[in-house]
Design a protein around this ligand. Structure first.
Ligand code: URP
Ligand code: ZN
Ligand code: ZN
Length: 464
């Protein structure tokens, strides 16, 4: 067989095994894994590692963020940055604006993404209201269209659902075979601490971290897994930041609850001290849950090593720092309460885990591929993606495992004006990203195409 393209000479990371083979690509799919393959075009990848293209199943792009506040990335800039960071699919959340139905929100997101994306996208939903239209009409219709996962929040005023409401949403997930994702932090406890801090004049960015301590996440994680147990559904606990929350997840699993879990680069590399910088600087690291301390980082690493986490995502939620439509929003200097939550990380997720995990010997190459691509595809029903295997989309990233870089804003393509990892040194960087066999990034430069599509998903196996 003459392939359209053959990648030769790489160490190829297949599910569970690293192999020295050629990858033969035909019509955008992996057609053959073997030796001495023939192709009309050949990429010599000697010395490189071929990995499944990264799937980042937790990103926020062009998300409505409140009056006067704007996210720093649109679909064009986010997918360019993602491709440069070794990703081939990102999964943003569709959040309805005030007065918008969920279906209208999805239509608006499609309009924003259409013709803009360098890599593939696949939307999750956010359920922030349990009215009859949302539960009875929009969710079933959207799940049938392949938007088979949705997030609910136990925190954020205006977004949080009560336990009773979460159970109603989980019941729809159960009936329709969808997966519920939960942001687990106890809003009432946070508000109690936030109010107390403000009354004491403790208004600087670091108090964002101090008013969202580990117990508020631990308690909510226990509650979320218990609600899933009551509703008899699987649940994904997103952005787990600490060992106590992970313990709750493990306990629920031991009871037979189907709990999946996600962690992110911020919880293995950053700490609350990053928020404790002079003046307003700490706002750059304000995200929820907040980064913790080195002890909690060690607990997250232990979980990653033991296979306790299913996915490693970025929770990319970019705002500009020097911008009143970003971190410096009206009121943000008067109280940490008003600082938009979220940090950029779509471009740096994979190099950070590769360097800190694979290069430092904490996790294997095959675990890396599972945590960054394969498990995301399996869990969220991206049946054509996530692995270097015959029949899958040829979404492949070539890594130079020896390339040393110091992460710096000047080199990044995301729309934010800073990176939380400024000055962080890594070994290993993606040098070429292919989406369905087409190169979309070469040597750090995006190719400028807009061949990314929205991918409808199957119902997650775990939720069937
Ligand atoms: O601070 C964060 N993580 N912002 C993004 C929204 C969310 O909760 O995931
Ligand atoms: Zn969240
Ligand atoms: Zn998020």
């Amino acid at each position: 067989m003459i392939h359209d393209l053959v990648i030769k000479g790489a160490r190829v990371v297949c599910p569970g095994v690293v192999s020295a083979c050629d990858i033969g690509i035909l019509e955008g799919r992996i057609a053959t894994l073997g030796t001495a393959l023939e192709g009309r075009e050949v990429i010599d990848a000697t010395g490189l590692i071929a990995m499944p293209g990264g799937i980042d199943s937790h990103v926020h792009i062009s998300q409505p963020s409140g009056p006067g506040v704007e996210m720093a990335d649109d679909f064009a800039s986010a997918t360019r940055a993602a491709a440069c960071g070794g990703n081939t699919t990102v999964m943003p959340f569709c959040l309805p604006e005030e007065g918008q139905t969920l279906r209208e929100a999805v239509a608006a997101y499609h309009a924003k993404a259409e013709g803009q994306c360098l890599i593939d996208v696949s939307f999750h939903l956010i359920v922030k209201s349990v009215d009859p239209v949302t539960l009875g009409q929009d969710l079933p219709a959207l799940i049938a269209q392949g938007l088979t996962s949705f997030k609910v929040f136990m925190t954020y005023q205006g977004m949080r659902l009560s336990d009773a409401e979460i159970l109603q949403v989980m019941d729809v997930a159960r009936a329709q075979g969808a997966l519920t994702m939960v942001h687990a932090e106890n809003e009432d406890a946070i508000e109690f601490l936030r109010d107390k801090a403000e009354r004491a004049g403790d208004i600087q960015p670091v108090f964002h971290a101090r008013t969202r301590p580990v117990p508020v996440e631990r308690e909510a994680t226990h509650r979320a897994t218990t609600l899933a147990e009551v509703a008899d559904v699987p649940v994904m606990i997103v952005h787990v930041s600490n060992g106590a929350a992970l313990d709750e997840i493990q306990r629920a699993k031991a009871r037979g609850v189907k709990v999946l879990s996600e962690t992110c680069p911020q919880y293995i590399t950053l700490t609350a001290d990053d928020l404790d910088r002079a003046g307003f600087e700490g706002a750059k690291w304000v995200c929820s849950p907040p980064p913790r301390d080195t002890g909690e980082q060690a607990a997250i690493w232990a979980g990653l090593k033991q296979g306790a986490f299913d996915v490693f995502s970025s929770d990319h939620c970019p705002f500009r720092f020097a911008d009143t439509a970003g971190k410096d929003a009206p009121g943000a200097r008067a109280s940490f309460r008003n600082i938009p939550n979220g940090i950029p990380g779509i471009e740096t997720r994979l190099p950070i885990l590769f360097s800190e995990g694979v290069v430092k010997g904490r996790i294997s190459l095959t675990s890396f591929a599972a945590l960054t691509a394969t498990n995301h595809a399996r869990i969220y029903g991206l049946t054509d993606k996530g692995a270097i295997a015959v029949g899958k989309d040829a979404d492949i990233v070539l890594w130079d495992p020896a390339l040393q870089k110091t992460i710096t804003q000047a080199d990044l393509l995301h729309g934010s004006d800073y990176t939380p990892w400024e000055g962080f040194s890594v070994t290993g960087w993606p040098v070429r990203t292919l989406l369905r066999g087409v190169t979309v990034m070469l040597d750090g430069a995006p190719t400028g195409g807009t061949g990314g599509r929205h991918v409808a998903r199957a119902c997650p196996d775990v939720a069937r």
